[in-house]
Design a protein. Structure first.
Length: 154
């Protein structure tokens, strides 16, 4: 299944993340793709808000690779795979532990860099510039999950 949204402000992108949070479940893996400045971290900030986190706590994990945010329902693992050398680096960041956390949700920016290690059942979100402020946000998930996401951006 595929749904697409267009946003024209940072607030709208954050709001999309808040709505996305209401559809996510523990053990979900969300992979974000998009150019620098396309709104990946902004969308994650919205997910964090939707999970009850302080939005100021959500920042890009580019240099630290992974940020761990505990919230009332579990743990949000926010990763940035851009600086990883490949799937062999996953062990060093605790990938297996993150993915097996029964109350964990993993959001990975630049997830395509880890394609060999990613399960088929994942959520992919592609963000792209569509003007100076406009963003296109495309969510792709397994068809059997369509009931979870069908009204997310209506």
């Amino acid at each position: 299944m595929k749904v697409t949204l267009r946003t024209s402000t940072e607030k709208e992108t954050i709001d999309a993340g808040v709505r996305l949070a209401s559809c996510l479940q523990s053990l979900d893996l969300v992979c974000l793709e998009g150019e620098l400045g396309s709104g990946k971290t902004c969308l994650v900030r919205g997910v964090g808000i939707g999970l009850g986190l302080d939005p100021r706590a959500i920042s890009s994990p580019t240099f630290t690779i992974a940020h761990v945010h505990d919230h009332a329902g579990g743990t949000l693992y926010h990763l940035d795979a851009y600086r990883l050398g490949g799937i062999e680096d996953l062990e060093t960041i605790g990938w297996d532990e993150m993915r097996s956390d029964a109350k964990g949700l993993v959001i990975c920016e630049w997830g395509s860099r880890l394609a060999e290690a990613l399960p088929r059942d994942r959520i992919e979100i592609r963000l792209q510039h569509e003007g100076q402020q406009e963003r296109g946000i495309e969510l792709i998930a397994p068809d059997e999950w369509s009931s979870r996401f069908k009204s997310i951006w209506e």
